[in-house]
Design a protein around this ligand. Structure first.
Ligand SMILES: CSC[C@@H](O)[C@H](O)C(=O)COP(=O)(O)O
Length: 417
């Protein structure tokens, strides 16, 4: 079974989110019944990844409204807030606005959250103008949130297909049936999306066609989405893979015998190089500059130096045409705790945490371990901007965008015409 970070059922209304802070050691789903709980899940990074946070925000509003409707119909006495929202479309509209305003403050960089909120607001206004009752408007909002979940899965499969075909075509020019090895960064798989994944979707596609030799994932310091989540997904889905530290990428690219080849005599000598670095995106500007997890920029530089493809894979909605270049993208700065502490989950036994501190009764009292000295100054930007010049192609569900020969930037607006 594939991993899923979002479990939603329409009837009875239920939303459960996999607490990713506990992965890979514990699989715990937490129930979300209100907008505030959805906000908390996103803010506390129990759910993360650009597509997933947009969907969770929308579904938390949907489920909150569905449960209010249920309360209005089935429960006595009625909650006064529920009574007013369900009996007055005007009150419902005010509630939706307030909820969306709150939800969009949970994470600033990924565009998906803002687009999801914009979509839900447009629907609310349109149906309100048309004179629909609150319960009818709620049904439309639920339809839209469910569609976002379903569309994202479909889009990811198409991203995987386009990206897989693109890379296969590129390597076939060099050598027929060449096997492909790639490096990926952060987490872009089932856990960061509604399923299948974006950059990880391309890796999945190559694997399903029998064309993936090996996938390397970086740890992705400081928050370790790579070692906690991507390594876990690759292992779970039995995709041949190896975990490396972020600082090992250039060394891997310059190695003539990468580790995956040492035990693989069947592989021809033409396969001994990494073909591409594939990453996701949180926001892409009109010219193709891409905001993605911190560390992406340096990967693009090393890809260029080593003459390999640097691919950005993202749903089309990640292209923000209102933004001219990467300079206009707000970069989220996160707590210094992510840098100074190595966090673990208290699981005893082989493969679990081994450096926990226990009190006299054997209870674990420290869950996080500080590495640098107290008082050290720390900077923790969560994302960086990769200039379009360093990006070979942007793969979306609509197809692959490449730059014109000799041109440094993408013309994504033009490509749409
Ligand atoms: C699939 S979104 C693109 C990712 O690479 C990405 O940057 C991401 O997962 C965001 O990380 P986050 O853990 O939400 O801060």
């Amino acid at each position: 079974m594939t991993l899923s970070s979002i479990l939603y059922t329409r009837a009875p209304p239920s939303l459960k989110i996999l607490n990713q802070l506990l992965l890979p050691h514990q699989t715990t789903y937490e129930s979300v019944t209100t907008v505030q709980q959805g906000y908390d899940q996103i803010k506390q990074m129990k759910v993360r990844g650009a597509p997933a946070i947009g969907i969770v925000a929308s579904l938390s509003l949907a489920v909150d409204l569905q449960l209010k409707l249920h309360n209005f119909t089935d429960i006595n006495p009625k909650d006064p807030e529920v009574l007013s929202i369900i009996s007055s479309p005007q009150e419902l509209k005010a509630f939706v606005r307030k909820s969306l305003d709150h939800l969009i403050t949970s994470r600033p960089t990924a565009v998906n959250l803002f687009l999801a909120s914009k979509k839900l607001w447009e629907i609310t206004c349109k149906e309100f103008e048309e004179g629909l009752e609150s319960r009818e408007i709620i049904e439309k909002l639920v339809d839209a949130a469910v569609k976002m979940l379903e569309d994202d899965l479909e889009d990811n499969k198409n991203i995987g297909k386009h990206g897989g075909e693109f890379l296969i075509k590129k390597v076939e020019d060099e050598h027929e049936n060449k096997m492909i090895s790639v490096i990926t960064h952060c987490n872009t798989g089932s856990l960061a999306t509604s399923g299948y994944g974006t950059a990880l979707g391309i890796i999945r596609d190559l694997h399903s066609r029998g064309r993936l030799l090996h996938a390397y994932c970086t740890e992705t310091r400081p928050y370790n989405q790579g070692s906690r989540l991507t390594a876990y997904e690759l292992l779970h889905d039995k995709i041949p893979s190896t975990l490396i530290c972020d600082s090992m990428v250039s060394s891997l690219l310059s190695s003539s015998t990468p580790p995956h080849l040492k035990s693989s005599l069947a592989v021809s000598a033409t396969s001994n190089k990494i073909t591409a670095i594939i990453v996701g995106a949180d926001r892409i500007s009109r010219n193709g500059d891409t905001a993605n997890k911190i560390g992406t920029y340096q990967l693009a530089i090393t890809a260029k130096y080593h003459g390999i493809f640097f691919i950005v894979a993202a749903p089309f909605m990640s292209i923000d045409l209102t933004i001219k270049s990467g300079k206009d993208i707000i970069i989220e700065e996160r707590s210094e705790d992510e840098v100074v502490f190595v966090s673990g989950v208290p699981v005893i036994g082989e493969g679990g945490r081994y450096n926990e501190v226990k009190d006299e009764s054997g209870k674990i009292i420290i869950d996080k371990v500080r590495v640098p000295p107290r008082g050290v100054k720390v900077w923790n930007p969560s994302f960086d901007i990769t200039p379009a010049e360093l990006i070979s192609a942007i793969v979306t569900e609509k197809g692959v965008f490449e730059k014109s020969e000799g041109v440094k930037e993408f013309n994504l607006e033009k490509s749409l015409e």
